[in-house]
Design a protein. Sequence first.
Length: 68
Amino acid sequence: MKENTHPNYHDVTVTCACGNSFVTGTTKNTDTMRVEICSKCHPFFTGKQKLIDTGGRVDKFKKRYNLD
């Protein structure tokens, strides 16, 4: 391989707005990163995500195929 073509890969500490922190790898020239949301506070991963029926799509489907 050619030298000096690949960026320097090193560990970085990531801190979330919820207070959670973890270590990951990065090529950015920084030792710490701040994020707004992580897997500990994201609704999809915590199970608090709500599915919203926009525009009555489920009801339209049931009505169209008589699935009441």
